[in-house]
Design a protein around this ligand. Structure first.
Ligand code: XMP
Length: 510
């Protein structure tokens, strides 16, 4: 299978480059800019893309590569900082621009025989830079210009080294895909041979080779990523994969039992079931702070996993369902763009476990993981389930988590979900769930005064969970859910609807 390496210099768009290349049918992986030459030689990708980045190539300590990289015969495409870097290293000159150029510019095509083949004479492109290539390196020609940027596109066709000052990977660059296509297929002579089917095949082969006759352990969370990663490993080594699935008592009604049965019967996985609800609930006794709840749950999960892992002496590997957003949102693992955010996620197990890691999905985005899952025969319903936070219902019980309050929330949540599905809303929503508040209010039921708990309904639409809109559910729907909850769930006498967007609120209440 052909592959392209994207070397990451810290651009916010690095991941998009990899994604676009894969959309064009070529497998792409992101690596830090300072990856070693020997690694590159060993892996021998069919082409390199140098990403953008926030720095200036002439600054001290700016990220760079060995100029030797350009002598290894890889076709290279430099984007923004990548273009400036290759110009700088190959004998050109990069200087601060007269003014920063940010936003849309018009690219005027001068030479259509290479990177700009088949482009319109004038084409909108997305710029985001402060520096400019003042002098192009020897052997390079300018094939596209904008009003403010003379060297908007530079090409050395003999050496197959190309650069664009703008970002072909973002949707604002109308013909960006065409440029990437020209680079991959016309100039680097790649074949589009990447599909989810052969991703599965390649990963299965890789895992087989890596694992040999050893055993692998994996944690299942009930979510999509850990199941898909486990199924890939399972396809490679069968019953030498041991999965651990912990019942933390914080899942939705019936979810643990249903998932356990599915993992075992539907997918044939060997699953060690650890019933630990009491252990979690005991540790959460009296805890109000949402952050402390998260930490306790995360730590307890890891303790249990470690205890289980110790029972199996011949296990050498740990498989994890880490996906690309986890990689960039967690500790700095890859290139410089890795350090933008630090994220809480209880799914991640500590690296100090005495196992080598297998993370077959770490280059993929969520929708790509779903496609891999689909290839592996995972049911659509499972793949398209709403996201569920690692700490589970504990972040939907504001205040103390007790068995009684958990029971109330589970019932209310189940009613909401039933009605959401009945009204054919499930697929329209990012999430739909109930929240239990730590307040009581007065009500009247029959002739009795009541003083009971309040349930919030939260139905949101979102593309990625970063921002969200509350869903304008019909009065009829809301009324049905509210009336079922107060009638069927003992201890609740009031239901309210959350009509806040994110931001300023978050999706979960915590
Ligand atoms: P917030 O509440 O921050 O949530 O608006 C954004 C999205 O992330 C989900 N979420 C989590 N997912 N582990 C996860 O895997 C977690 O610890 C976690 N916390 C929040 C949340 O459900 C929403 O979709």
């Amino acid at each position: 299978m052909n592959k392209v390496f994207v070397l990451d210099f810290g651009s916010q768009y690095t991941q998009l480059i990899a994604r676009r290349v894969r959309e064009l049918g070529v497998y792409a992986e992101i690596h830090p800019y300072n990856v070693s030459l020997s690694f590159l030689k060993k892996e021998s990708p069919q082409a390199l893309v140098l990403s953008g980045g926030p720095q200036s190539v002439y600054e001290k300590g700016a990220p760079s590569v060995s100029p030797e990289i350009f002598n290894l015969g890889f076709p290279v495409l430099g984007i923004c900082y990548g273009l400036q870097l290759l110009a700088h290293l190959l004998g050109g000159e990069v200087v601060p621009g007269k003014k920063r150029e940010y936003g849309l510019a018009e690219l005027k095509v001068i030479d259509q025989s290479g990177l700009l083949h088949d482009l319109n004479k004038i084409s909108p492109v997305w710029m985001s830079h402060g520096d400019q290539v003042k002098k192009v390196p020897p052997g390079f020609a300018i094939s596209g210009v904008t009003v403010n940027t003379k060297a908007a596109v530079i090409e050395n066709k003999n050496r197959k080294i190309f650069g664009v000052q703008f970002h072909p990977e973002v949707a604002h660059t109308a013909e960006g895909k065409k440029i990437l296509r020209n680079f991959l297929f016309r100039l680097a002579k790649l074949k589009p041979d990447w599909s989810m089917g052969n991703f599965v095949e390649t990963k299965v082969k890789e895992i087989k080779e890596k694992v040999g006759q050893a055993k692998v352990i994996a944690g299942l969370s009930g979510g999509v990523d850990s199941l898909v990663a486990s199924l890939l490993v399972h396809r490679a080594i069968g019953q030498r994969l041991l999965c651990v699935f912990v019942d933390n008592g914080l899942l939705r009604k019936g979810q643990y039992e249903a998932d356990l049965e599915t993992f075992r019967k539907r997918y044939g996985l060997k699953v060690i079931a650890v019933k630990a609800a009491d252990r979690f609930i005991n540790k959460l006794k009296g805890v109000i702070s949402p952050e402390r709840k998260r930490k306790i749950i995360g730590r307890t999960f890891i303790e249990i996993f470690e205890e289980q892992a110790k029972k199996f002496q011949d296990v050498q590997f740990l498989a994890q369902g880490t996906i690309y957003p986890d990689v960039i949102e967690s500790a700095p693992v890859k290139g410089p763009s890795a350090t933008i955010k630090s994220h809480h996620n209880v799914g991640g197990l500590p690296a100090r476990l005495p196992f080598k890691l297998i993370e077959p999905l770490r280059e993929l985005f969520k929708d790509e993981v779903r496609q891999v899952g689909f290839e592996l025969g995972v049911d659509r319903e499972f793949l398209e389930q709403h996201p569920f936070p690692g700490p589970g219902l504990a972040v939907r019980i504001v205040g103390e988590v007790t068995p009684e309050r958990l029971a109330i929330l589970r019932e209310a949540d189940e009613i909401l979900l039933q009605e959401v599905k009945k009204a054919a809303l499930y697929d329209k929503l990012w999430q739909a769930f109930a929240v239990l508040l730590p307040v009581r209010s007065v009500g009247v039921m029959g002739d009795q005064r009541t003083y009971q708990q309040v349930v919030v309904l939260r139905l949101v639409q979102s593309l990625d969970g970063m921002t969200a809109n509350w869903y304008p559910a019909s009065a009829e729907f809301l009324s049905k859910v509210a009336s079922r909850i107060v009638n069927e769930v003992a201890g609740v006498n009031r239901v309210v609807y959350d009509i806040t967007t994110k931001p300023p609120a978050t999706i979960e209440w915590e």
